[in-house]
Design a protein around this ligand. Structure first.
Ligand SMILES: Nc1nc2c(ncn2[C@@H]2O[C@H](COP(=O)(O)OP(=O)(O)OP(=O)(O)O)[C@@H](O)[C@H]2O)c(=O)[nH]1
Ligand SMILES: [Mg+2]
Length: 235
């Protein structure tokens, strides 16, 4: 993909304004200030296509960027303490409405988590929401440049305990400062854009999910999963 060609498409703050879905969508989710817009700019090789906020939590809009057959969707961040209850409700309606819209071709969510901290209650809620609603996602640990290797190792061990189904979820450590992880993220994007099938593990899958990565037979398309194992088919 020629990332430089990405363009701002539209922005909406109410579900009723949501543009119709005619393309594959890849969304960026995470708490306010985790680095969603920065990451999107980095992936798209642009300085300020997605606005990097100096005022976290101020804009509750979902922003669409188009590139070839894909929409990149910059979701408003959650967890900003200073917003009012009404604004939090608005956020919930908007994000819930977007993520639950069965009409859309939401193929993948990049769920961002700051590598320096344990996931917040809302991060865990979001991960559980994605699992429960069978929305494929990849976790991206952001701001890796801010941690020394020993601390990073410590945090990764922490995440393994703190994040449900962590072993089964594809995760990428990234930094917009050093560029770490960016190519890996782009590879996943390209696969999604090319229509690569994302395989869901069956609900009763235990540790031996290898079989599942075999080619599915035509008469038995991969079924949805109930257990929450998500991983683009990259094998
Ligand atoms: N050191 C470092 N700083 C980063 C990185 N990614 C983002 N930041 C900084 O983190 C701050 C927040 O980044 P944003 O991209 O605006 O975060 P956001 O998730 O889009 O925030 P909201 O739009 O409020 O939800 C900015 O000051 C960025 O420069 C990173 O990889 N390394
Ligand atoms: Mg942002």
């Amino acid at each position: 993909m020629n990332y430089q060609n990405a363009q701002f498409f539209t922005s909406f703050g109410r579900l009723s304004q949501m543009p119709p879905s005619d393309r594959v969508e890849i969304a960026f989710s995470g708490r306010s200030n985790v680095g969603k817009s920065s990451l999107l700019n980095k992936i798209l090789n642009r300085k300020a296509l997605a606005r990097v906020s100096s005022m976290p939590g101020k804009t509750v809009t979902i922003n669409f960027f188009s590139l070839e057959n894909v929409f990149f969707v910059d979701l408003p961040g959650y967890g900003y303490a200073k917003v009012s209850k009404r604004e939090k409700e608005k956020w919930g309606e908007l994000i819930g409405g977007y993520l639950n819209d069965g009409e859309r071709q939401l193929e993948l969510v990049f769920q961002l988590i700051d590598i320096r901290h344990a996931p917040s209650k809302e991060d865990i809620m979001m991960i559980n929401f994605l699992i429960d609603n069978e929305i494929p996602f990849v976790i991206i640990f952001t701001k890796a440049d801010k941690l020394k290797p020993s601390k990073r190792e410590e945090r990764m061990q922490g995440f393994a305990r703190e994040i449900p189904c962590f072993e089964q979820i594809t995760s990428i450590v990234a930094s917009t400062v050093t560029g770490e992880g960016i190519e890996e993220i782009r590879e996943i994007i390209e696969e999604v854009a090319e229509g690569a099938e994302i395989y869901h593990l069956p609900p009763d899958a235990n540790d031996d999910y290898e079989d599942f990565y075999d080619e599915p037979s035509d008469d038995e398309p991969p079924q949805g999963f109930g257990g929450g194992y998500l991983r683009p088919n990259r094998k």
